[in-house]
Write a protein that binds this ligand. Structure first.
Ligand code: EPU
Length: 425
């Protein structure tokens, strides 16, 4: 995400080492809602999405949906969309570059109009992030794809059900192809589909409109195309990444800190790893009660696709590993560029040696407040965790990245005792 002349720059100012107690309520999942809003344009007339988090990615998708002519309102954590005025307009890079998820309008508009013109999406700079699986899938369904600069023109006389095998179980490609397939002629199978809970959430939404999606949440999804979709309704699932981040913070600073509104199953890999590190927490239904653990054990963390340890929690976890007594390993396997925060952690006093996508972390190290950069969203979360446990004051710049994915982060943390504020510069 680029900042432009005239934009107000924001930074987080964190005073470290404050004990946290009280309750943090988890919001709706970013990576679900960013697909649900584009998917909503498939509804015949109206769609309702409940439990929408207040994050800037949502604001940017509201802007795109409104630009396309749909009426969209966002009040009381609820988005209502009316598609009566919807038109198939080109989505220029002015709109698409604001976030990664703008690419879901590709599948949605192609499904609805059999034609879409859209520029390359934006998003965090965490690797090359190509969209070749999405495009190959559309082509298999009979679409013709033309690229002019960074603009894609994708058209099909008719979209036909297809047998699609993904080289990598990509979340974005699985969802985009699901969107394209719901109104295609015949049946589509997506093999090696991503199994993330967000895929199930989007499939439920589409099915509420009358789509026939089966198998979401497994590696094989079947979509029987239907001619018409009706109105849609869905509730966004809790954000497992937000919950995991607060759970890590709670393991370092909590005093009966309650993290409320989780789905345990979605967090299993994270809970298992924190348990292995000796973290002190208890899951009670949809709540986790977490306390500071004085002596954390070193562990090895390797990010994987779901149900493995999520890549989006690898970076904040690496901060926690600086507090484990002994040598831990953190390895990222999904993206090439998830280690840009390491030098900032080291500048605060961490002892981390980086070997490409693998980091060896020696702990426990005392972190000291410094000025550091949120180089991307989850790197920002890693710096936030670091600032909260560091001695003195930490300033995190470029926090626009953090605000894309963590709702009301300052309010939520302040309400449980953190000393944290946003400064505008
Ligand atoms: N890939 C390709 N070609 C493609 C698509 C993906 O090579 O056409 C590769 C990617 O380069 C990457 C891997 O496949 O190495 C997985 O990418 P995936 O498509 O699953 O990621 P994504 O859909 O771009 C979403 C989330 C990410 C999250 C990943 C994995 C959204 C908007 N983004 O990205 O979220 O890390 O799935 O769970 O849903 C974040 O929240 O910080 C974030 C980056």
């Amino acid at each position: 995400m680029m900042t432009r002349k005239g934009d107000v720059l924001k930074r987080l100012v964190i005073e470290g080492k404050h004990e946290l107690s009280g309750t943090i309520k988890i919001g709706g999942a970013k990576n679900s809602v960013v697909a649900l809003i584009p998917a909503a344009i498939l509804a015949e007339d109206e769609a309702i999405i409940y439990n929408v988090p207040a994050i800037s990615d949502v604001t940017n998708l509201e802007i795109i949906t409104r630009y396309l002519g749909s009426d969209i309102t966002y009040e009381n954590e609820t988005i209502k969309i009316n598609n009566k005025g919807l038109q198939n307009k080109e989505i220029t890079s002015e709109y698409s570059s604001k976030l990664r998820a703008s690419y879901y309008y590709m599948g949605a508009l192609l499904s609805k109009y059999k034609h879409v013109e859209i520029s390359f999406p934006g998003g965090c700079n965490i690797g090359s992030r190509p969209i070749d699986f999405h495009l190959k899938g559309f082509a298999k369904m009979g679409a013709k794809i033309k690229q002019e600069g960074d603009k894609f023109i994708i058209s099909a006389k008719t979209l036909k059900g297809a047998e699609i095998f993904l080289d990598v179980a990509s979340v974005g490609a699985t969802l985009n192809l699901m969107l394209a397939a719901v109104k295609a002629e015949g049946t589509t199978h997506i093999y090696n589909a991503a199994m993330e809970p967000e895929i199930v959430n989007v499939a439920s939404f589409l099915n509420s409109m009358g789509a026939k999606v089966q198998g979401a949440g497994t590696s094989e999804i079947q979509i029987v195309g239907v001619e018409k979709l009706k109105n849609g309704i869905v509730e966004v699932i809790p954000d497992r990444i937000e919950a995991g981040t607060y759970l890590m913070i709670g393991s370092l600073l909590g005093k009966d800190l309650v993290i409320e509104g989780i789905i345990r199953e979605h967090l299993e890999s994270v809970l298992t790893k924190l348990h292995e590190a000796g973290a002190n927490f208890e899951v009670k239904g949809c709540k986790i009660i977490v306390n500071r653990t004085k002596k954390l054990k070193p562990v090895n963390v390797r990010t994987l696709v779901y149900p493995g340890f999520p890549t989006d929690l690898g970076q904040p976890m690496s901060t926690l590993l600086t507090q484990c007594e002994g040598e831990s390993m953190f390895e990222e396997t999904i993206y090439e560029n998830r280690m840009r925060h390491i030098k900032h952690l080291n500048s605060m006093g961490a002892d981390i040696k980086l070997f490409d996508k693998k980091a060896i972390i020696r702990g426990k190290t005392n972190l000291i407040g410094r000025e550091v950069i949120a180089t991307d969203l989850r790197a920002g979360a890693a710096m936030l965790v670091a600032g909260m446990i560091a001695e003195g004051t930490t300033i995190v710049t470029n926090i626009e990245h953090i605000l894309r994915g963590y709702e009301k982060i300052v309010d939520k943390l302040s309400s449980v005792g953190a000393v944290i504020k946003i400064d505008e510069i």
